[in-house]
Design a protein around this ligand. Structure first.
Ligand code: NAD
Ligand code: TYD
Length: 333
């Protein structure tokens, strides 16, 4: 199989490439990635010679057609992935998630692609106080990030319905693990704790996220790509729900930093209180999460401790300026 994987220089896509190469070493993998601040060639270290890399955006119709020629399947990871950035500037989110998805779907139809998988998020369902979202829960996104992701999902369903495109959607809960850009809660706090910088907790810190180790999500996506029923949505939720303040306290323990680094800061506008997914449908295909939060977080902290070569250029570049804009203070070092 020749597979086009978009956005695979990012956190989850680069993990998916490793899972896919391990499971089906003879598949040909073509990566199309715009290399935004979050897309990094370093994420492909060790597998560069096993993939074909094309630099460009999924909104670029001509390039997408050229790159998709000869591919039987498409997995779309390409996205702007950070909620806080979407609150500051949503245009690039709409372009990537809505226009980009539309271009990919048109091309998939033209090239007779037999399997299209859209990587999406639990955030399209909005916040839930009790219980868990199923695949039939209504979409009720709260942020520009989740609203534009929902727009992409609806286009995928429309293409499956109208044109019979063999499309599936995988909605994952919050991922964590190696190679996640440090704007997200876990790597941000790990790197700040290691550097002695403060750990910013939004609002009261009692918001709940349903943490999913990145390899577990990548395995679910690979399984749904092979076994998922066309036109269907599959929720992929992590095994543990944890309050943010608890996550930050565990990072303090694992890094040996002091709790005095924890700082409550202004809440995120429109902040979703709790996410929770029910994953019975993907479990019925044979998937289960293998990594619980305690073990996964320890592994993640170890990875960041051991891979300064990966994060030190990030902490001295674009991220530094972003951090100052977002948090109104500078990083040390
Ligand atoms: P990421 O920000 O680490 O990576 C995104 C990648 O997409 C980068 O390599 C970037 O260069 C590329 N990209 C961005 N815009 C592009 C465009 N217009 N054309 C081509 N490439 C483009 O994100 P991630 O955390 O790896 O997320 C991957 C996917 O998984 C996204 O679709 C996201 O919505 C979804 N998702 C993420 C999480 C999470 O917790 N991170 C959870 C569920 C679903
Ligand atoms: P984040 O990693 O941005 O993922 P998402 O917004 O997709 O859930 O945030 C995870 C949780 O942590 C969310 O409730 C917001 C909170 N948070 C903080 O409290 N402080 C921070 O500095 C960041 C980035 C997030």
């Amino acid at each position: 199989m020749r597979l086009l994987v978009t956005g695979a220089a990012g956190f989850i896509g680069s993990t998916f490439l490793r899972v896919a190469l391990e499971a089906r070493p003879d598949d040909e993998l073509v990566v199309l990635d715009k290399l935004t601040y979050a897309g990094r060639r370093e994420n492909l270290a060790g597998i560069e010679d096993r993939i074909e890399f094309v630099h460009g955006a999924i909104e670029d119709r001509e390039l997408v057609h050229k790159t998709m020629a000869g591919c039987q399947a498409v997995v779309n990871f390409a996205a702007e992935s950070h909620v806080d950035r979407s609150i500051a500037d949503q245009d690039v989110f709409a372009r990537a998630h809505v226009i980009g998805t539309s271009v990919l779907l048109d091309a998939a139809r033209d090239h007779g692609v037999t399997r299209y998988l859209q990587v999406s998020t639990d955030e399209v369902y909005g916040s839930i106080e009790e219980g868990s979202f199923t695949e039939t829960s209504p979409l009720n996104p709260s942020s520009p990030y989740s609203a534009t992701k929902a727009g992409g999902d609806l286009l995928v369903s429309a293409h499956a319905h109208t044109y019979g495109l063999e499309a599936v959607i995988c909605r994952g809960s919050n991922n964590y693990g190696p190679r996640q850009y440090p704007e997200k809660l876990i790597p941000l706090c790990v790197l700040n704790a290691l550097a002695g910088d403060s750990l910013p907790v939004y609002g009261d810190g009692r918001q709940v996220r349903n943490w999913l180790y990145v390899e577990d999500f990548a395995r679910a996506i690979h399984l749904v790509l092979q076994e998922g029923a066309s036109g269907e949505v599959y929720n992929v939720g992590g095994p543990d729900e944890v309050e943010n303040i608890e996550v930050v306290k565990r990072i303090v323990e694992l890094t040996g930093a002091g709790e005095r680094l924890i700082e409550y800061v202004r809440d995120r506008p429109g902040h979703d209180r709790r996410y929770s997914l029910s994953s019975g449908k993907v479990r019925a295909l044979g998937w289960e999460p293998l990594t619980h939060f305690a073990a996964g977080l320890e592994r993640t902290v170890d990875w960041y401790r051991d891979n300064e070569w990966w994060w030190s250029p990030i902490r001295s570049g674009e991220y530094r300026e972003y951090y100052e804009r977002q948090y109104g203070r500078s990083l040390t070092g």
